[in-house]
Design a protein around this ligand. Sequence first.
Ligand code: ADP
Ligand code: MG
Length: 701
Amino acid sequence: MNPNFLQTPIAYLKGVGPNRAETLQSELGITTYQDLINLFPNRYLDKTQYYKIGQLQRSSADVQVLGKIVHIKTVEQKKGKRLVASFADETGEMELIWFRGQKWIKENLKLNTPYVVFGKTKWYNGKFSMPHPEMELLTEHEQGLKIFMQPIYPSTEKLSAKGITNRVLNKLMQQLFLDTKGRFMETLSNGILNELNLLPKSEALFNIHFPKNQELLAKAQFRLKFEELFYIQLQLITKKLIRKQKIKGFNFDQVGELFNIFYEEYLPFELTNAQKRVIKEIRSDLGSNAQMNRLLQGDVGSGKTIVALMTMLLAIDNEYQACIMAPTEILANQHYNGIKELLGNLNVNVSLLTGSVKKSERKVIHEQLENGELHILIGTHAVLEDKVQFKNLGLAVIDEQHRFGVAQRSKLWHKNEMPPHILVMTATPIPRTLAMSLYGDLDISVIDELPPGRKPIKTVHRYDSNRLKVFRFIKDEIKKGRQIYVVYPLIQESEALDYKDLMDGYESIVRDFPLPDYQISIVHGKMKPADKDYEMERFVKGETQIMVATTVIEVGVNVPNASVMIIESAERFGLSQLHQLRGRVGRGGDQSYCILMTSHKLSTDAKTRLETMTRTNDGFEIAEVDLKLRGPGDLMGTQQSGALNLKIADIVKDNDILKTARFYALKVLKEDPTLTHDGHKVIRYTYAQLIKHKNIWTYIS
Ligand code: ADP
Ligand code: MG
């Protein structure tokens, strides 16, 4: 089949016309034959299965029922007449309803004769009904062409209102297969088809729309999912290769003195294997002549800072400067203090630049940056200001990535003629599959191992009614010298109420933990930044024992002496947020606890979240559950990326197919980067077509 034929506007298909074409376009984005072919069913109805009326579920669904019409009547209403047939099997009775074509139907329906009816059921007024069913006499049904699997296409209210029902879509699809004789151009190479034993394109398309049996349907689904993911991966990998070829980076070919001395004499602990592996990955980037753009993922407390520091030492050994950017002043301060301590008396100049650094000090920093005296700059967004100029910035580390946008990242690029190497660090674990699809432009390193000797945080779920017990527990911990976080949700839609909860909670804590024995801090978003920082500092220094806060403390704060995290209304938090909050404790040598407080009213999803939190501390496992609960669209950062607008594959369920697709995309590009081998021509052609008709760019922003 000539592929241009598939670009024919849908209005030309028999049975469509201008009106339906417009609806198909606005509701399903279908403008060409090709788009229609690629409208894949959401699911299939097993037509070999009959439901008993007594078993029907109240949620509306397509079902097939075998029974007899026992009674027909016309019901007059203000809005118009409808025809109602009582339809019964041995387990019960339901209604078949028609609002149109009543006369003809009434004259043709046979009483007390077995029918097979098929359609969506509704539960109304204590009865099941099925409006405008598809129906067939059982005798005809048994003689007719047997459809085992009825495809159910995506639908919208407007589509059904305009009469484009599932049945109509089915008919259009049939027409399209007639017009094309069911022959479609192959879009994968013979090599891949043979190795993976995939169905040819034409057969896959036929069986996705008109499955001959369960096995062929499964094979068709596999082939089409593979193809979809393969071309996305091909695109992502190509983009990355182009970046590596085009964007030259500084070559750090020396592993010099500072790095070695630090490693031999200053490192306060043995690196974990994961840390060693990641440093190796980074080093190979830095010596590759291309710009590094690496995402470093590691659960809270996995030791990302030391990796960042050692990477910065590599830069300095190669006579470049480095900077770290943190999302808040507190975090920048912590990095500054931590790194100064780690470096001891090594000859490395480090400065801190935040909003509260005085003008006179700033001037000194600016000068030292420009003349190259300053080796490492640690700061907040202040680092991005135009006034801040480096002599030769070779590496920029960005901590807690989700607080910085892509635009800010690129601002760093322009601090030099040549862009610095970039290391982005995040503690928000992203399942690998998703990361592969979303951060195709970044290389990914993972620290998947915690330093030895950490005691896993004990997490429990308690109801509000147990609050007194929880308070007693807090008192015991404080007696042992520990500190406590109490966190309240703050959701924009219910901000006023949330503040009230926070203040009520704070007051009740003040009552139960009175001065002078107890000192309590409170931090929330309505406070001035300076006041917030002051209160945070008091807690960091151990001057207060309890920190009552909204989620402002979510990111990065390190108070090793804090051993209890209490999360109020925990049912209202998402999983990744709960996990982030929990990561604020368990940073010292003591046993730490996380207590999830909830009311008794819990949704199924909330129960799953609480169960997951009490079961595991593994951020990646939690991220996987989160992804399943919320779908990729809601996960942090994925909305902006506009990614994952997949037609048939499911990023969560089709994990294995994704891996296979990525493997083959890499293999093909490795063997033949320009796709010019004879065997790859079909891939090159298909890829070019996808891009030409913008059928692939929609996946990735
Ligand atoms: P995060 O990945 O959350 O930024 P940090 O870098 O702040 O974690 O490290 C958390 C704590 O673990 C720090 O106190 C750090 O000194 C310590 N740490 C890091 N790596 C190791 C290691 N290999 N062995 C022991 N302690 C380590
Ligand atoms: Mg950190």
